[in-house]
Design a binder for this molecule. Sequence first.
Ligand code: KIV
Ligand code: NA
Length: 274
Amino acid sequence: MKTTKTFLQMKKEGVPIAMLTAYDAPSARLAERAGVDMILVGDSLGMVVLGYNSTVPVTVDDIVLHTKAVKRGAPSTFVVADLPFFSYHTSFSETATHVRRLIQEAGADAVKLEGGYERVETVRQLVQAGVPVVGHVGLTPQSVGVLGGYRVQGKEEDDARRIVEEAKALEQAGILALVVECVPQQLGQLLSQTLTIPVIGIGAGETDGQVLVYHDVIGYESAHIPKFVKQYANVSEVIEAGLQSYVDDVKVRKFPEKTHMYMTKQAEKLSLYG
Ligand code: KIV
Ligand code: NA
């Protein structure tokens, strides 16, 4: 399995890191088979799987359940689990309780948390306790209420400078990689050049690695497709056609056919069958 060390080496050698979210065993199995370097059990789970309209309602229990499924599907892939909304903001002991569940109980290889300066101390404490941590700056969806919507971050020079300084502080605190979401391509590039650890972008242009949401990549009923997504397949179409055929066949008694039926030679001896 690739490790923190592998990812550093990949950055050094200029080998791009392909990260993808996954939320269940079959999708994780396919991601592993496709050679995904790192799987993220993102709290995007709330939107693309659980049907919420933000990541805010997602709980630690949700992430634990789905991380377990992902680890069973992709036992040989480095799996990062998102710490959900307000699960790492109150005290270190409460944060530690949640992190312990994600790592020990669910089997995550690392946790990811959103934020800049205000997260540095938590990151330092977690890393000192032996927990691999991934950072997340730029657009931080758990703060959508404060940010006032999902929009590009770091467009102004001040904001961009702050994001770079926060990234450096997080690196200093010991994160193994940094996810950067929805920033101008110039900022993504600058961050990749500035940091020693891998910068994994989503809507951040050319960075050391890329991450996208599973359902966006395969075209599986994602409600809103942002500009930064490239859709590589349209599985909604395939699934819808398959389901429609099934329903149609049942309705006209074309399914089940003989090949789908169990027969017994004893039928005439069983009073049950008359
Ligand atoms: O939850 C998620 O899917 C994420 C990625 C968008 C980076 O945090
Ligand atoms: Na997330």
